[in-house]
Design a protein. Structure first.
Length: 120
């Protein structure tokens, strides 16, 4: 059984540890937030962004907004982004519905980039 002075000592040491940790994290070495572009994301995260855009596009068919969102990920290489995303989705066994949405958006983007579709 611990004596009362041992409990007080334990709580004091734990409290000093918490205070020291917070002081280090907040004052000595705080987190620095850096804005980075979406093209620095790994392909799995890029594919997630493309899939979210494809889901919105499948419901509203707003190609202009979809292209604007996709251009934030890889700038002018939207066709390459779409091709990479569809390939990644197939490799990772995404659901058939998700792959169909990606392909729908990819086909629309391809038509737009090739000039076969009116500019949004």
């Amino acid at each position: 059984m611990m004596k009362s002075w041992q409990v007080i000592l334990l709580l004091g040491v734990l409290g000093m540890g918490v205070v020291a940790g917070l002081a280090y994290g907040w004052l000595i070495n705080p987190v620095e937030y850096i804005d980075t572009s979406l093209d620095s994301l790994r392909i799995d995260y890029q594919t997630d962004v493309v899939l979210m855009t494809a889901e919105v596009y499948s419901s509203d068919s707003d190609l202009a907004t979809a292209i604007q969102k996709l251009s934030r990920v890889r700038g002018d290489d939207i066709k390459g982004l779409m091709a990479d995303s569809v390939e990644y989705a197939r490799q990772m066994n995404f659901s058939t519905q998700d792959i169909e949405k990606l392909i729908l958006l990819k086909d629309s983007v391809d038509l737009y980039v090739n000039g076969d579709l009116n500019r949004p």
